[in-house]
Design a protein around this ligand. Structure first.
Ligand code: OAD
Length: 241
């Protein structure tokens, strides 16, 4: 049971595990590969330089999977928590899907970007909504959609943070971490920086809690761990003092 007092400020970090029960595969779970590519090989500036069509093929697949998925009871429990805590909850996700929003969460910080947005790889045009898929030639003979172009001539890329790029909203996140009295990581392997180090930044002055079925790599930094699936544990996890 996670007790929350009327003065607590809660920082939640979610990872791929929160969406696993919605049918969105995690990165390092069973398989963990996409057509024999490690995710680092299709989610990097280098991959984009080398083969933008392959990159779009990967993100088109992810758009299709995420669009077909529905929020699960874990996402819904966090949306209800936001209704109770309002701005005393800071919800930071490493996920690029929109399942938190579709469950009803309003203030979601997507540190690794958003799957249903795109931006130009050359000009500073703002990221825009885009749920299109750009796939290569299919066996049914459909014409492949080419890599989309911006009016400036640049190529349109997914609005996601790739390996080697700097995550978004780090200033806002630092303020949320500074402020919190309870830190809860849910469904994240604790392997990818900078998110993996958030718990170490608050440890000692905030309660640190992990929720998920497996030990994360940074398990030593948590004071309490609740082992199990987010969709099963979160609906009854919070008690308000
Ligand atoms: P990982 O795939 O590394 O880890 C997923 C975690 O979810 C594991 O620790 C599982 O134990 C846990 N898990 C599985 N099913 C769960 C369930 N039903 N409920 C709760 N937890 C469950 O995913 P992340 O840690 O999110 O970055 O990966 C971090 C980043 O690495 C991603 O955002 C992505 C990736 O490369 C970028 O693309 C920049």
């Amino acid at each position: 049971m996670i007790r929350i007092s009327s003065t607590d400020r809660v920082f939640i970090l979610t990872g791929a595990g929160i969406s696993a029960e919605s049918g969105v595969p995690t990165f390092r779970g069973a398989g963990g590969l996409w057509r024999n590519h490690r995710v680092e090989e299709v989610a990097s500036p280098h991959a984009w330089q080398r083969d933008p069509r392959l990159v779009w093929e990967f993100y088109s697949m992810r758009r299709r999977v995420a669009a077909a998925a529905k929020p699960n009871s874990g996402h819904e429990a966090l949306a209800r928590l936001e209704q109770s805590l309002q701005d005393r909850l800071f919800l930071c996700t490493q996920n690029v899907d929109d399942l938190h929003e579709r469950a009803g969460s309003v203030r979601v910080v997507h540190m690794h970007g958003e799957l249903f947005k795109s931006r130009c790889d050359r000009c500073d045009r703002a990221p825009f909504d885009d749920s299109a898929t750009y796939e290569p030639a299919r066996s049914d003979g459909c014409t492949p959609r080419p890599v989309p172009r911006c009016r400036c001539g640049g190529q349109i890329r997914p609005h996601v943070c790739w390996f080697g790029e700097i995550p978004y909203d780090l200033d806002k996140i630092a303020a949320g971490l500074n402020d919190c009295t309870v830190f809860i990581a849910i469904g994240t392997s604790g392997l990818v920086e900078p998110a993996a180090s958030f718990v170490a930044r608050v440890r000692g002055r905030a309660r640190t809690i992990y929720v998920g079925p497996d030990e994360p790599a940074n398990t030593f930094a948590f004071t309490d761990c609740y082992w199990g699936k987010a969709g099963e544990l979160l609906p009854n996890a919070f008690r308000f003092d």
